[in-house]
Design a protein around this ligand. Sequence first.
Ligand SMILES: [Zn+2]
Length: 185
Amino acid sequence: MRIGHGFDSHAWEAQKTKPLILGGTTFKSDYSLKGHSDSDVVAHACIDALLGPTGLGDIGLLFPDSDPKNENADSIEMLREVMARITDLGWKVINIDCSVIAEKPNISKHKEEIENRISSVIRAPFSIKGKHPEGFEQMNGIACFAVSLICEDIITERGRSVFANVIGSLRDRIRRIVKAGETNE
Ligand SMILES: [Zn+2]
């Protein structure tokens, strides 16, 4: 079992150039966040909270800004890719908890939607809390901290597919035996 930690922040853009997306959910906003991808700080903090404890580095290593493929990339898809990688290594997520530090927007408005969205991707409980940046009023953007708990999965994805194949061939064999029995009668 291992604990992971992720942090991310993006600054506000002078003018809105794209939708404001947090945890895969679009917020109604007159502002957008600077960034190469869709600037989803919540998804990015979650990604780092999973890459750290599994020894896979960090988001910049896997999805570099220099790669045009990552321009305006959907961060939920990036999180999905990270999940596939850690699952391949035999890890599963127990839960992720995160705090978003932002003057705006109001996270609680979409709390349930974000929790369901991320939870379905990480296949584990996800919780999110919005915090006002008391004492950091000059903050010009949004920050997010995420903590993850992961553990070794007893059945890896590969193990699961081997198991499915064994069950499939057993089922075929039983069908053949039953059929042979029927024709003998
Ligand atoms: Zn980011």
